[in-house]
Design a protein around this ligand. Sequence first.
Ligand code: GUN
Length: 283
Amino acid sequence: MTAIIIDGKAIAEQVILKVKDRVETLKQSGITPGLTVVLVGDDPASQTYVGSKEKTSKRLGMDSTVLTRPSTVTGQELLELIENLNNDESVHGILIQLPLPGHIDENKVLQAIHPDKDVDGFHPLNVGKLLLNQHGFIPCTPFGVIQLLDYAAIPIEGKHAVIVGRSNIVGKPMGQLLLNRHATVTYTHSRTEDLASYTKQADILIVATGQPLMITAEHVKPGAAVIDVGIHRNSDGRLSGDVDFHSVKSVAGAITPVPGGVGPMTIAMLMENTCLSAERMAQ
Ligand code: GUN
């Protein structure tokens, strides 16, 4: 078997075109969705991600602002900055690019964002709403994965979804979203014994471990949908994921590539969340 390759770039483009229409409708009633990204320090990967977010939001006709602060910024200074953005009516979405420098209390900073502007979906109130299956903001990467599965017409209800990785940003919300869609969900992680015995049961296998190429054909049930959330740059400069694409694609039924799988969807869903925030505030 050779897997269907799920084209995240093309699906993200479809999502973005729909958001663009909604942005135009908002603009006709005098509202321009505004996204402010706060970038602390000079981590090259973070700079690249923030650059992509800025470029896409501008392409959609949104107001895009990037506020950069040196890695020596204090937690108090960040809290004051967030307070100003919370009170600024032209700002519909606030995103603090992670990771923050070690001396800053990340939880405190994320909790300072007004939940109605928390387009990353990291505020405890939005985390709670996801758990209760209520309308808040859904974290962009797992939200994007659900969209990928839907666009690729991969059934979720009643299926066994196995998540590898339990981060607050991806693994945990991913499992909850799949549960809300009536999947049977198993969480696995770095301390799971005999990982393959679980992953081999998955109809939908979501891999978000941060470990390059750790999932191989031996971990995958024939015909499964495999979603690779990882992205790593090899020593030769090439990008790869947490999944060994070349071995797994001959076993899986569908698979996301890296690059061009989950990555473009994360940005598309950030645009969706920012637009949604502006629509809610307009009501
Ligand atoms: N760093 C890596 N992924 C993310 C994300 O989804 N949101 C933010 N704010 N920072 C990140």
